[in-house]
Write a protein that binds this ligand. Structure first.
Ligand SMILES: [Zn+2]
Length: 392
């Protein structure tokens, strides 16, 4: 969706291995990147040569066109400039969308909303603004519907050059902290919005067709960012969402309007299966504990059980079951997990006060090179030991 801008350096422009020409003309219809709006693309040509223009930058007061040679050699005769108008139309629609969005945000969230940056691209627009919390889903929907209502109202977008004092007196929105010339360009959308702006715009709001917010998030403390689309890109976005929903419906083998219901029932089924699986695991663990208790090491008044469980065993759940079965036994259970080794010690209820599970764990960990439950990475041991201690 997004095309990255090739970085401009002071020494020139680099685009793969192709040689890039920087062309300056005595006049140009190309829009040079500024005010967050990307540059026009197109071509400069005559009978002698053709350069396809990838980028246009304003450097001091000169408009520099960057492009690659398609044929011939540059001659100094007059040239024809051709702008990719379909691309410019997409950019213009997205730029008008930023003005509609700006006003909608101020009316929904409050007058504290100030534009803190924007990017106007043919495929999308990005708008940064001051606000201290995420937009709720309801605010998102209201903002979107205000902009779409403004689009349906098909208001003409007017351009006027006037003095900065008059523009401000008429309530035109300006970027805070930005320095403006005495004469400014004002973009007015009837009584809806008025902004100081040098960008290209749609002729009327109806040209935008559709507006969709794609994402909203934080970029810095107190600064939110909205990414949105209008016109062709917005329609493509809605279509791709619909296609994705149709694919999900295909996977779930149900009609699109049943997807939500089907997902809910699948989710409930997963919960049911997980509970069933837990029950089966518990039964298996009980059987395992019973067989383990048949092969203990016997001492005069207690028994010692030492076992290793397969990797991935839920040691906590196993420990809970084991504890309910132990009376005069001390159980030491090892369980590997990746590069760690968990040690579980359980002391039977009749031995409480005689053996201390925590001390046994520490002693085993120390014998294996660890020192306790914390820093257990000795220099000579490959495995990292992690000690799990279940209190009686
Ligand atoms: Zn603007």
């Amino acid at each position: 969706m997004r095309r990255a801008q090739t970085p401009l350096t002071s020494s020139g422009y680099s685009v793969s291995d192709e040689q890039v020409y920087a062309i300056q003309l005595n006049q140009s219809p190309f829009y040079a990147e500024s005010g967050g709006q990307v540059a026009d693309m197109g071509r400069i040509f005559n009978d002698e040569f053709e350069v396809s223009v990838h980028d246009v930058q304003k450097i001091d007061d000169a408009i520099i066109h960057y492009g690659t040679m398609q044929r011939g050699l540059i001659s100094s005769q007059s040239v024809t400039c051709e702008i990719d108008l379909s691309r410019r139309g997409d950019i213009a629609r997205n730029h008008t969308a930023t003005h509609l969005l700006h006003k909608a945000l101020r009316s929904v969230l409050g007058e504290h909303v100030q534009q803190k940056g924007s990017l106007v691209h043919p495929d999308y627009m990005r708008f940064d603004f001051t606000h201290f919390q995420a937009l709720s889903r309801a605010e998102w929907d209201i903002v979107e519907s205000i902009v779409n209502k403004a689009i349906r109202d098909n208001m003409p977008v007017g351009t006027r050059i006037q003095s900065i004092a008059d523009a401000k007196a008429e309530g035109a929105m300006a970027l805070f902290g930005e320095k403006y010339a005495d004469e400014v360009r004002v973009i007015s959308i009837e009584s809806y919005s008025k902004e100081l702006c040098g960008g290209t715009h749609a002729k009327a709001t109806g040209d935008l067709g559709l507006f969709k917010i794609v994402s909203e998030g934080s970029v810095a403390a107190g600064i939110r960012r909205i990414e949105a689309m209008s016109g062709r890109a917005a329609l493509d976005y809605v279509n791709s969402q619909q296609e994705s929903l149709a694919r999900i419906a295909g996977i779930l083998a149900c009609p699109v309007n049943m997807v939500e219901q089907k997902m809910e029932s699948q989710k409930a089924r997963i919960v049911e299966l997980e509970a069933e699986m837990k029950k089966l695991q518990a039964e298996r663990s009980f059987a395992l504990i019973d067989s383990m208790l048949e092969s203990v090491i016997s001492y005069p008044d207690f028994q010692l059980l030492i076992r290793e469980l397969p990797e991935g065993t839920d040691l906590k759940a196993f420990g809970d079951l084991l504890r309910s079965k132990l009376t005069t036994q001390v159980a030491v259970i090892f369980c590997p997990k990746a590069d760690k080794l968990s040690i579980l010690v359980n002391v039977g209820q009749n031995l409480a006060g005689r053996f201390h599970a925590g001390k046994i764990v520490s002693a085993i960990a120390a014998m294996m090179g660890g020192k306790g439950v914390e820093d257990l990475i000795p220099p000579w041991l490959v495995v990292t030991i992690q000690v799990t201690f279940l209190r009686l």
